[in-house]
Write a protein that binds this ligand. Structure first.
Ligand code: UDP
Length: 384
């Protein structure tokens, strides 16, 4: 009845489903466990009419022309350069740490000298991961590295990951490098902003195709069976011979038989305030104090004009798999990656079964990279 099953309707699943239907004429069944589409990009108006991101702030940014053009078929954009500040004592300083932050921390005169040294060492416009900066021998650069490490990375990373910056995958802290420029924007990409009417309408449009059927509130594990003795897939009890794209956690497909894959989760604490402004910024990172990592004030992300304002605080914790918890971030390290590989290997006995996405690939994808990967995977299935 269907040519393909896509499990999950986040950016991975939705983009893949669209390509399968539109470019390959496949009939696609999308199964979504949540009560809505869009995965963790999902946004909606809260009880006060403020557009919020239910699963934390998602800011689109890309330099990939093809992905940008493809997504632009499903939405217009509210283009803006996202900026983040960190609350350090009484000060709000720009993050990523850049030459403006340097000026704020060291004062004009000292900063001018250090700025020249940083430019001479790394080149103007360079983006230097904090762990690389810390390897520098020059005492003045070391002092900057110590400041950035102590005031921006150490406590935030301890809260977010339960580990120190040097203990986690270097690519994670490398996402927020020290930037040798006066650009305060959080991302360096050519295109940045938000879907003009929100993410949810963008996903609705992407999934709106005559060959795509979406069933929400359906846990794939209740309707799909993987028969390990024969390598067959059953859908609603009947043999299914089409392709399956799975975007959920792979351990759950096999009863977590080797132990649970570790992920970090988050608790989101939303608050609405009857004032027009709370913090004057879209995101304030709490890098030296508090139990939460950051506060997002949505109206500054979306450009929405409202009388009141809604904010959200993020409290990280270790995912346990308990009912209601959501895995957000894979904790990539050699041990966990090995465990992941042992689960991924179990899927290889199913000839047309594909793992895709943050959860299923145990990776840290941005929205654009995920869309690009989903499009490429779906196109590669053309011959099947
Ligand atoms: N990070 C930090 N302090 C900051 C911002 C980021 O220590 O002020 C570190 C932290 O380890 C975080 C990582 O850099 O998990 C990546 O940050 P990013 O903002 O990309 O995280 P996301 O928005 O994806 O949660």
């Amino acid at each position: 009845m269907y040519d393909a099953i896509v499990i999950g309707s986040g950016i991975a699943g939705a983009a893949a489903a669209r390509i399968l239907a539109e470019e390959q004429n496949k009939s696609v069944l999308v199964l979504e466990k949540k009560a809505h589409i869009g995965g963790n990009c999902y946004d909606e108006e809260d009880a006060h009419g403020v557009l919020i991101h239910r699963y934390g702030p998602h800011i689109f940014h890309t330099s990939d022309e093809e992905v940008y053009a493809w997504l632009s078929r499903f939405t217009d954009w509210y283009a803006f350069g996202h900026e983040v500040v960190a609350k350090v004592g009484e000060k709000l300083i720009p993050v990523p740490f850049n030459l403006n932050t340097l000026r704020q921390v060291y004062g004009e005169e000292k900063a001018a000298v250090l700025e020249q040294k940083l430019k001479d060492t790394f080149g103007e416009g360079a983006r230097v991961p904090i762990l690389k900066l810390r390897e520098q021998q020059d005492p003045e650069i070391q002092a900057i590295a110590d400041y950035v490490y102590e005031n921006i990375f150490l406590k935030y990373t301890m809260k977010q990951w339960g580990q120190k910056p040097e203990e986690i995958d270097p690519a994670v802290t490398g996402r927020v490098p020290v930037v040798i420029s006066h650009d305060n924007r959080y991302f360096g990409d050519k295109y940045q902003g938000m879907p003009k009417d929100g993410y949810t309408p963008m996903f609705e449009k992407m999934l709106d195709h005559p060959l795509i059927e979406v069933r929400i509130g359906v846990d794939a594990r209740d309707v799909m069976e993987l028969l390990e003795d024969t390598g067959k897939v059953l859908l609603y009890g009947e043999e299914f011979n089409g392709c399956v794209i799975y975007t959920g956690p792979v351990d759950e497909l096999f009863g977590c038989r080797f132990g649970r894959l570790p992920y970090r989760s988050l608790r989101f604490d939303f608050e609405h305030l009857d004032v027009p402004d709370y913090q004057g910024h879209s995101v304030v990172n709490y890098t030296v104090s508090e139990d939460f990592t950051r506060i997002t004030e949505f109206k500054y992300l979306t450009g929405q004009e409202t009388d009141g304002t809604t904010i959200v605080r993020e409290y990280p914790f270790a995912y346990t798999g308990a009912e209601g918890e959501i895995p957000y971030y894979a904790i990539m390290n050699p041990e966990n990656n090995k465990l992941y590989e042992s689960y991924a290997a179990l899927t290889e006995q199913f000839p047309d079964f594909h793992l895709l996405g943050r959860l299923a690939e145990y990776k840290y994808y941005n929205i654009d990279a995920m869309a690009g990967k989903a499009i490429a995977l779906a196109r590669s299935l053309a011959e099947h």
